[in-house]
Design a protein around this ligand. Structure first.
Ligand code: ATP
Length: 239
């Protein structure tokens, strides 16, 4: 069993007067993939935003033994938490390469940054081909790859990924999940993956949590969650 890297207790969050999360508990081990599943509007994106301080939150969040629930986003990033947001959030007017440099802007180990450029271009050869192209003109799949690669340029200990399959053709989604599998197996990074595509996420994940209207209603090893009858019927198109 790996150590717990991220420990979340009683996390609450919302927007204005409307509450979205009603006291979430979850644990992310220091390696592997933890999936956070749920229907539209369950609060998955809000959970990731709350963890990195982008929405007002309450509760106890510990990362690598340190409380982060009162820290500003930039300080959470500096501790090694990278966020691949929904909508990707690449800098449209900058080139692929400049976007990757932005991902490494808090790092001072120049040799390590150079190494990571090479490694990421090996994972994502399409990005190498398009390294001088403006990010805003990349295809949706290429932009998703760039968002993941930019987050990895931080050399994070924890990667928060929001719906990497969103709006992409099935073959592009397959490509991206194949690369994520390599990242999982080859990099020292834990991944908290938000996905509506439960089948894909459960293939990649070791552990999964199911969120319904702001509450965790089920969690366990990915195989057990996959075999859960309710999950099968509601999220895996089971019969
Ligand atoms: P989806 O898979 O559709 O993205 P989700 O599980 O990620 O759904 P959230 O995006 O976290 O869900 O949204 C949870 C609830 O919070 C929804 O009811 C949504 O309308 C509301 N919400 C999200 N962002 C805001 C915002 N900026 N202001 C007000 N309400 C918001």
């Amino acid at each position: 069993m790996s150590d717990v890297l991220l420990d979340v207790r009683g996390l609450e969050a919302g927007y204005g007067n409307s509450r979205v999360l009603f006291g979430i508990d979850l644990e992310v081990p220091a390696a592997g993939v933890t999936a956070l599943l749920g229907a539209n509007g369950a609060g998955k994106t809000t959970t990731l935003r709350a963890l990195c301080g982008l929405v007002r939150r309450h509760g106890r969040v510990t990362f690598a033994g340190k409380r982060i629930d009162t820290l500003a986003t930039e300080n959470i990033v500096r501790l090694g938490v990278a966020h691949v947001p929904d909508g990707r959030g690449t800098f449209a007017g900058l080139s692929t390469e400049e976007n990757l440099h932005m991902g490494a802007c808090t790092r001072t180990d120049k040799a390590g940054v150079r190494e990571d450029f090479e490694r990421l271009y090996e994972y994502f050869p399409r990005l190498k081909e398009r390294r001088h192209q403006q990010a805003g003109t990349l295809s949706g799949g290429e932009q998703q790859m760039l968002a993941i690669a930019r987050a990895l340029m931080l050399r994070p200990r924890l990667l928060l990924m929001d719906e990497p399959s969103f709006g992409l053709a099935p073959n592009v989604v397959q490509d991206i999940f194949r690369i994520m599998r390599r990242v999982r197996d080859e990099q020292r990074v834990a991944i908290l993956l938000v996905e509506q595509n439960a089948g894909l996420a459960l293939d990649l994940a070791d552990t999964a949590y199911l969120l319904e209207t702001g509450r965790i209603v089920l969690h366990g090893p990915a195989a057990a969650v996959r075999n859960n009858e309710a999950v099968h019927a509601a999220y895996l198109g089971g019969d």
